[in-house]
Design a protein around this ligand. Structure first.
Ligand code: 3HC
Ligand code: NAI
Length: 696
């Protein structure tokens, strides 16, 4: 065998154990070990085999880190076929999660026992591929076609009871994995061990109307993505073919997806999501405690941060300015928790316990005296923030971590009003803070390593994707946003309409275009930012002044029912407001601009070039440590399509020389705005990619 797969005989039973931490992924050593183990079983005296996994889970799928490397025999489909072809029965035990290739291995076995708390699924589409080791052919033979396609295309994890009802597993067990397997095998020995191959079951029936309806739905819900619909095709085509031919067709479609840019982008996102929290300089650094969190300010963000903590078992004390504000903050938190109850994420009893036992709302900072982490989320004003941090410096215990949720302001300046700047950092949550996955952890000049590590520990407790950022106006995300929004404004000044821009970017895959985002965030936010930057504005900097006009007219976006779009009963999600076009036309006339046409492709090209250029500056200046950090910020906080991997992964895919050429062409018209990032120029000159800087 190999180190990763062991073989042992217990009476008439062969016990085959996969032990390949951390998640028993089907790496080459596992695949080779399985073939060797089943060869030995085939030749040996044992009458039944039990296959199970050591550690926390059965096989979590193919080894994703092998993707893109030279494939090594045996392939996973060959391994699964080899197990299924055994002439003596094979029992598989599923514990933890049997995912992707893990479930496919289980489906190659003749019997499946599942531990009651375990889950199984085929999440391949999340990586831009389809189940490529028989999953699209075997699962439908057990469940029927439509339930299998639903599981495959939704990538959801099926709980044990449902797996039993769907005929995916034969029995549930409460025992330890090995005991569960031995018990089942022992019963088989009594009743007469029989081989039962899923691949020999009849093909499932096809309900063409149901298939067509689901296909249309998937094309809509997964706009731009190819994996979901291709996976459906693999299962449907297989139903009309002999089993072996179905497998071959599945393999062909799998390879098509495997070689697509979407697969590369989604795998980049999978590892990027995990790598952002791995900073070499924090290796071995012990974080401080995070059990008790204080929050200052209970508005939009403070309330959301408090709820994020409560939902993740952290107790919270929130401080507001006065009793009226405190009552308002409580009502806001109650509403957010009520929504969680409504969505079935929280029981009413749990909600009551959180509100009564885990949340305190006070108006005196002294209540925070013994707290581990205190997060400030008051108004975005340097003066107010300074007052708050001076007060915190007086009451917080030594070693407490003091964080600001500021969106743009200088964290060094805030830290400097305390006697302990080493304890201060930025924790930049995104709205709504209990929903959005991104957390920027802003390291100021004097932030101590264990304080930074505490930020990451808190993020983990809150199940956030945390990215380290340096200090600058807007950190990683908002700084880049400011630039690509400006590029959009320039195109509007020159002739594009905001609605065309939004539409072109949604077609590209963005969750929303910049003007729909402005309406959602509130037109006042952009206005305040521009006011703050007005004193330092360079005369060459072109701003779209119509946005200020919107503010002056009280059209603040969704919250007032009108911004760029009109929100009412007729169009709760907004319809373009024709008055906007008129306002913009007026501004063009005032500036003497003759509008010109932009194609959707030109819009996307310019917008992405601006985003990539600013991203490259952010990396070049060390505000983000690696390109992948920028990519994850844009994926988890700004609606960038995951299947395009983030702006810098996307830049690598379209070619950095092409991006630089777009920037240089645009610079002919506006050399001030379109100054190429030195890092981008350097990479192009050396023929290198952003990914070469990720340490991948
Ligand atoms: N291959 C390689 N590494 C994997 C892996 C896989 N399939 N699954 C997880 N890992 C690694 C992670 O990168 C992480 O490494 P790190 O510690 O160095 O960052 C480590 O295992 C632990 O993973 P998590 O931090 O995600 O651990 P959790 O306990 O939170 O989650 C899990 C465990 C639910 C198994 C989750 O890791 C997961 O969803 N993994 C991916 C499962 C998947 O997509 N499987 C399908 C693969 S494609 C396939 O099978 C193709 C086939 O059809 C041919
Ligand atoms: P908000 O106006 O909704 O809430 C601010 C709250 O702070 C108010 O309830 C106010 O009563 C309270 N407050 C003010 N001074 C206080 C003091 N001295 N002590 C105690 N409480 C005080 O503002 P919002 O949107 O929650 O923003 C808060 C911070 O979060 C700002 O720095 C903002 O830039 C940042 N932020 C905002 C995001 C958003 O989308 N709204 C996103 C990310 C960060």
């Amino acid at each position: 065998m190999t180190d990763s797969v062991s073989f042992e005989t217990q009476g008439d039973i062969a016990v085959i154990r996969i032990d390949h931490p951390p998640v028993n992924a089907a790496s080459h050593a596992v695949r080779a070990g399985l073939v060797a183990a089943f060869d030995r079983f085939a030749k040996g005296p044992e009458k039944v085999a039990v296959l199970y996994g050591a550690g926390r889970t059965f096989v979590a799928g193919a080894d994703i880190s092998e993707f893109g490397k030279t494939p090594k025999e045996p392939s996973l489909p060959d391994v699964v076929n080899h197990i299924e072809a055994q002439e003596k029965p094979v029992v598989c035990v599923i514990h933890g999660t049997a995912l992707g290739g893990g479930l496919e291995i289980a489906l190659g076995c003749h019997y499946r026992v599942m531990l009651r708390g375990a889950r199984l699924g085929l999440p391949e589409v999340l990586l831009g591929i389809l189940p490529g080791a028989g999953g699209t052919q075997r699962l439908p033979r057990l469940t029927g076609l439509m339930p299998a396609i639903e599981i495959i295309t939704s990538a959801r994890q099926v709980p044990a009871q449902e797996a039993l009802e769907l005929n995916i597993v034969d029995a549930l067990s409460d025992a330890e994995p090995l005991t569960a397997g031995l018990n089942f095998a022992t019963e088989l020995l009594v009743t007469g061990p029989k081989v039962r191959r899923v691949g020999e079951l009849p093909a499932p029936k096809v309900d063409q109307d149901a298939v067509d309806a689901l296909r249309a739905k998937l094309a809509k819900t997964h706009r731009g993505q190819i994996a979901q619909v291709t996976a459906l095709d693999a299962a449907v085509r297989g139903a009309a073919l002999p089993f072996a031919e179905g497998l071959a067709e599945e393999r062909r479609l799998f390879m098509e997806l495997f070689n697509s840019p979407q697969r590369a982008a989604l795998v980049h996102a999978f590892f990027g999501e995990r790598k952002v929290a791995q900073l070499p300089e924090l290796k071995g650094v012990q974080p401080r405690a995070t059990a008790q969190v204080g929050v200052i300010g209970g508005g939009t963000m403070g309330g959301g941060i408090a709820v994020a903590c409560l939902l993740n078992k952290l107790s919270v004390t929130l401080i507001e300015r006065d009793q009226t504000a405190a009552d308002k903050a409580r009502a806001g938190i109650e509403k957010m928790l009520a929504d969680s109850v409504k969505r079935g994420k929280l029981s009413p009893e749990k909600r009551d316990a959180l509100l009564n036992d885990a949340l305190t709302i006070a108006t005196d900072y002294a209540a925070l005296g013994q707290y581990d982490v205190i997060i400030e989320a008051v108004f975005e004003s340097m003066d107010v923030k300074k007052e708050v941090f001076a007060a915190l410096d007086r009451v917080a215990k030594p070693g407490a971590v003091l964080a600001t949720n500021t969106s743009y302001l200088d964290v060094n300046e805030i830290a400097a009003v305390t006697s302990r700047p080493e304890d201060v950092l930025g924790l930049h949550f995104f709205s709504p803070a209990h929903v959005m996955k991104l957390l920027e952890i802003v390291q100021a000049d004097k932030t101590a390593p264990e304080v930074l590590a505490t930020g990451f520990a808190l993020a983990k407790a809150l199940k956030k994707v945390a990215v380290r950022a340096g200090v600058c106006d807007g950190f990683i995300g908002n700084r880049i946003l400011k630039t690509y929004r400006a590029a959009a404004d320039h195109m509007v000044l020159d002739g594009a309409s905001p609605f065309q821009i939004d539409r072109a970017l949604v077609d590209f895959g963005m969750a929303m275009g910049p003007y729909a985002v402005a309406d959602l965030a509130g037109i006042d936010i952009g206005y305040m930012t521009r006011q703050r930057l007005l004193p330092t504005k360079d005369p060459r900097d072109r701003w779209g002044d119509w946005a200020d006009k919107l503010y002056e007219l009280g059209r603040l976006g969704r919250k007032t029912g009108r911004g760029y779009y009109i929100y009412d009963d007729e169009s709760p999600r907004g319809r373009p407001d024709p008055e906007i076009d008129a306002m913009i036309a007026e501004e063009r006339a005032r500036r003497g601009i003759t509008p010109r046409e932009f194609t959707d492709d030109q819009i996307v090209e310019r917008y992405m070039a601006a985003m990539i250029n600013e991203s490259a500056k952010v990396v070049g200046e060390g505000i983000a440590k690696r390109p992948l950090d920028v990519d994850m910020v844009l994926l988890f906080g700004y609606g960038f399509p995951r299947w395009r991997g983030g702006p810098l992964h996307y830049a690598d895919q379209i070619g950095l020389d092409k991006v630089l050429a777009t920037i240089k062409a645009a610079a002919q018209e506006d050399p001030y705005f379109w100054q190429p990032a030195p890092l981008l120029e350097e990479l192009v000159a050396k023929g290198r990619s952003f990914s070469s800087l990720n340490g991948e």
